[in-house]
Ligand binder design. Structure first.
Ligand code: ADP
Ligand code: ASP
Ligand code: MG
Length: 411
């Protein structure tokens, strides 16, 4: 008898009939003799509905109160699932994060899990209960409710699986595994049997929302395999594993996937005269914990100015930080009044991921050039190359890269 941790996402519990289907799946696992811990998301659309209500009242609602509000979505779904299981004659208990001591830091809206006290979980399992835990939420040291960031229930599940010493964490979702590209955008994308933690971490960080990036980080730290499966159909899904895993070593591809992301805006600043101004810009943002993603600076000749060359700076930030960043940059212009600040919306980031990407950079550029797609920013690492393009070119660019790297031919 093993402890099995299963997480079901929003679409998987999006209606009462879906909750009944999930209950049936859990019962099947229980009947195989396993102890089951289930982590749930809110019903699909619920977190957005709650957010819309908050923003209707205040364009910049308090982060603490937002977390208090958003955490209610998961409270509903866990209680409904427990009711469905009890109705079927099974002993089940739903638990909120504070009831099982999921302690986080106090970064409302993107809190990190620090520890989980597994006493209550183990007690309930010993009493043969199916334990249903609210994903996405935690509690800080002052007992404020926190949330882990959109998609954070994956991280709750992996953290709980690690705490309980489970041999794998099963993430049930609305696709049957991890694909070479988002299968909803690139229909020719292929399902992978397994992928390494490193590749998946880069994929998730660059926008593949099939797994929350911190869930992969956590799984990697604890060497805990994740399996992504469909809650709608049977199958083996995709395993996310350590780089020493034999199956991965046998099946690994030089390029594993292409990923897209539409969550960023580009900040363009012109008329910079020196590095001192650039330092002032980034230290102002850093003080407020603003994450800057891609950065590029270029020089252009000054006309009618006292200096020979001016600097143009472009960088990307998450859309959620746009308002705050503009306020911060306006403060910088009090010291440097000549700076010209623009926000470029409607951009998309495309990334090619795989251990062999550094030797194939040329193919990324030639493929996009053939499609007349303009690149505004570039970044790369050992395992990834990313470009910022106009959002309107997203599907064409993503499909072209997917074809160019032969990902449609993977078996
Ligand atoms: P859940 O609500 O179950 O957490 P999510 O919407 O967060 O589900 O994640 C599943 C979605 O991730 C899929 O519907 C798919 O559109 C998207 N996705 C993005 N990239 C990939 C990929 N490479 N492989 C599979 N799914 C992907
Ligand atoms: N309900 C949260 C969200 O919609 C958390 C999750 O689904 O993982 O982002
Ligand atoms: Mg998700």
């Amino acid at each position: 008898m093993a402890i099995i941790v299963q997480k079901y996402g929003g679409t998987s519990v999006g209606s009462l009939s879906r909750i009944e289907a999930v209950a049936a799946n859990i019962i099947k696992t229980r009947q195989q003799g396993h102890q089951v811990v289930v982590v749930l998301s809110a019903m699909s659309g619920e977190t957005n509905r709650l957010l819309d209500m908050a923003y209707a009242l205040d364009k910049h609602p308090s982060n603490r109160e937002l977390d208090m509000l958003l955490a209610t979505g998961e409270q509903t779904s866990i209680a409904l699932l427990a009711i469905a299981l009890i109705q079927r004659g099974y002993s089940a208990v739903s638990l909120l994060a504070h009831q099982i001591g999921i302690l986080t830091d106090n970064h409302f809206g993107r809190a990190r899990i620090k520890s989980i006290d597994n006493k209550r979980l183990l007690q309930s399992l010993e009493q043969e209960q199916i334990v249903i835990v609210a994903g996405f939420q935690g509690v800080d040291i002052e007992k404020n409710i926190t949330t882990l960031g959109r998609g954070g229930s994956d991280t709750s599940a992996v953290a709980i699986a690690a705490t309980l010493g489970a041999s794998e964490c099963q993430i049930f979702t609305d696709v049957d595994g991890i694909y070479t590209a988002d299968p909803r955008v690139v229909p020719t994308a292929k399902k992978l049997d397994c992928i390494s933690f490193d590749e998946m971490l880069v994929m998730a960080s660059l926008g593949a929302k099939v797994l929350h990036n911190r869930s992969v980080e956590y799984a990697m730290q604890h060497n805990l395999p994740i399996r992504v499966l469909s809650s709608f159909s049977a199958g083996n899904g995709t395993q996310v594993v350590n780089q020493n895993n034999e199956e991965w070593l046998m099946k690994r591809q030089n390029i594993s996937s292409v990923v897209h992301q539409q969550q960023e805006v580009m900040i363009n600043i012109n008329k910079i005269t020196s590095n001192i101004e650039i330092a002032a810009i980034f230290s102002t943002l850093a003080k407020e914990n603003i994450e800057v993603d891609m950065i590029n600076q270029s020089f252009y000749s000054a006309q009618d100015e006292d200096v020979a060359q001016l600097i143009c700076l472009n960088f990307t930030i998450h859309k959620r930080d746009q308002h705050k960043v503009i306020i911060l940059l306006e403060k910088v212009t009090q010291t440097y009044p000549l700076l010209e600040i623009n926000v470029v919306e409607n951009i998309a980031k495309l990334s090619v991921i795989g251990v062999g990407v550094t030797s194939q950079v040329g193919l990324v550029f030639s493929t996009l050039a053939q499609k007349n797609i303009t690149i505004s920013l570039i970044s790369s690492s050992e395992i990834q190359i990313s470009v910022i393009i106009n959002e309107i070119d997203l599907i064409e660019g993503l499909t072209a890269l997917h074809n160019a790297f032969n990902l449609t031919l993977l078996t």
